[in-house]
Write a protein that binds this ligand. Structure first.
Ligand SMILES: NC(=O)c1ccc[n+]([C@@H]2O[C@H](COP(=O)([O-])OP(=O)(O)OC[C@H]3O[C@@H](n4cnc5c(N)ncnc54)[C@H](O)[C@@H]3O)[C@@H](O)[C@H]2O)c1
Length: 208
């Protein structure tokens, strides 16, 4: 299955994709921070279906747990979420990992979409279908591969990130260029100043 990767400027394509899904019920999964910072924006910009069930979990890695999975599945079950429903993850890597796992196991798999709200998630975690939860202190010990039908990327969500989370996203991007090739790294060094940092300076500082 091909994931549709849509970004800022392609709102109409995203909305039309969503409207084709309108006949299915929809669950939107947020954490407490993305509920506060991103959900109102997503609602205002009409990138969520008009009718949806909202589930909010505590922010932080601790929510990638079996206990949280059980609580979410219970809420979906009680709300009558069915096989033809779609789960939309509105959050960073934690929400996408947790939501992706639930979308894979609930009724043997329901449809999934990601709206990543951190740089790390936009650059990495929302892509490739990997999901998972932590178990007994081991990160991503339990998980699966379940590809999203679509991903909506809007860099405007990044405006409310704290410094630490921004830096962690930049570090992830640098890692990817280093893993890819020297050319990719050189190309990244030429990128214009981004919204937060002078990417060229950070990358140049890494040369050895
Ligand atoms: N599946 C994959 O391929 C993959 C790849 C890399 C990392 N990961 C996973 O991703 C997770 C880390 O991702 P992350 O750094 O995005 O962490 P995260 O999702 O925990 O987000 C970091 C913090 O930023 C907050 N936040 C998110 N978006 C915000 C916004 N727009 N404004 C304000 N606050 C916001 C969150 O509530 C949280 O407190 C880890 O669990 C890691 O295992 C998965």
């Amino acid at each position: 299955m091909m994931t549709q990767l849509l970004e800022y400027g392609q709102e109409e394509t995203w909305r039309s994709w969503l409207s084709n899904m309108e006949s299915y019920s929809c669950v939107v999964l947020c954490d407490t921070n993305t509920f506060h910072h991103c959900y109102p924006k997503a609602q205002a910009e009409q990138i969520l279906p008009q009718h949806h069930q909202l589930i909010v979990v505590p922010a932080g890695e601790a929510s990638k747990s079996f206990e949280q999975v059980v609580q979410i599945v219970e809420q979906m079950h009680v709300a009558g979420v069915g096989k033809k429903s779609i789960l939309i993850c509105l959050g960073g890597g934690m929400i996408c990992d947790l939501g992706g796992f639930i979308a894979h196991i609930y009724m043997r798999g329901i449809q999934l979409a990601h709206i990543p709200t951190t740089l790390l998630c936009m650059a990495d975690a929302c892509l490739g279908g990997k999901n998972g939860i932590d178990f007994q202190g081991v990160k991503n010990q339990i998980g699966s591969i379940h590809h999203p039908e679509a991903i909506w990327i809007n860099p405007a969500f990044l405006n409310t990130l704290d410094e630490r989370t921004k830096k962690s996203g930049i570090a992830e991007m640098i890692k990817h260029t280093l893993l890819q090739s020297e050319d990719a790294f050189d190309h990244a060094c030429q990128l214009p100043v981004n919204a937060f940092y002078d990417t060229r300076q950070i990358l140049a500082g890494l040369r050895f």
